[in-house]
Write a protein that binds this ligand. Structure first.
Ligand SMILES: [Zn+2]
Ligand SMILES: [Zn+2]
Length: 268
């Protein structure tokens, strides 16, 4: 399974997942033409998508949905609460998912799980093949045992590291927005993501995309330092590669299950 973030952050989010000819897009939050161009810049052809899944309806996750659905002709999977309200009727083939009930698309199985965020409902996803498991969790104000259970046992994660708490509180945002971001239905701080990563960094975990970093209230260095502390405490720092998911350009892909150089060295 190959995972490639096309965009990550408050200006737009989209993650491409591909396995044995099945191609999925998780979120479509760049403006439509930009999303299509971004995918093609990464040599991912939108016309070959098999399905588009939306985590929630905030614009930074849904802005380009109509265009992506039109160009690809792929079905759009919305949380049942949204599809039943007739949202996005007319964008094409709208289908639904229900948290806890996996949907099979080609060679991939996609299961949504509920997270705490102020676009209700918002979900994370676990994508499975017989060999590998990928966890997608962004836009959550806090984690709970349900989130920990879903993300544990994954081979790779796309995990929100939104803000540094000091930078947020001392930064330029107005007070109510600071409170929203820091709240239980806002976004995960580096410190919260650090605690979550420590809990879910199991023996299978090999790779983490640090996602949805705030350009105002975070830096890649602070997010990476938090993730490294989590892996050290979990005793996994030698085994897990970290990569910042980028906002303005495709992030280099990660292939789950591919042996890394030091694994090969250890095996030889
Ligand atoms: Zn977002
Ligand atoms: Zn959101």
């Amino acid at each position: 399974m190959i995972v490639q973030p096309l965009a990550s952050g408050s200006k737009g989010n989209a993650v491409w997942v591909e396995h044995q000819g099945t191609r999925l897009l998780f979120d479509a939050g760049l403006p439509g033409p930009e999303l299509i161009a971004r995918a093609r810049a990464a040599e991912r052809e939108p016309k070959r998508l098999n399905a588009i899944f939306l985590s929630h309806l905030h614009l930074d996750h849904a802005r380009g949905l109509r265009r992506a659905a039109k160009v690809s002709g792929a079905p759009v999977f919305l949380h049942r609460a949204h599809s039943e309200r007739g949202l996005y009727r007319g964008v094409g083939d709208v289908r639904s998912f229900t948290p806890g009930e996996p949907r099979e698309i080609g060679s991939l199985s996609v299961e949504a799980f509920a997270v705490s965020h102020d676009a209700i409902p918002t979900v994370g996803f676990v994508v499975r093949t017989p060999e590998a498991r990928f966890g997608f969790a962004t836009d959550l104000g806090c984690s709970d045992e349900g989130v920990i259970e879903q993300l544990s046992g994954c081979d790779a994660l796309y995990l929100e590291f939104n803000h540094d708490e000091q930078m947020l509180w001392h930064g330029p945002y107005p007070g109510p927005l600071k409170e929203r971001i820091a709240g239980m239905q806002g976004h995960l701080s580096n410190a919260q993501a650090e605690r979550l990563l420590e809990r879910v960094a199991g023996e299978r975990l090999r790779f983490v995309f640090l996602a949805h970093l705030s350009e105002t209230n975070n830096t890649p260095e602070l997010a990476l330092a938090a993730a490294r502390r989590a892996l050290q405490r979990a005793g996994r720092e030698q085994h897990v590669e970290l990569r910042i998911a980028l906002q303005h350009t495709p992030t280099p892909p990660h292939e789950l299950g591919a042996l890394r150089t030091n694994d090969l060295e250890r095996a030889s």
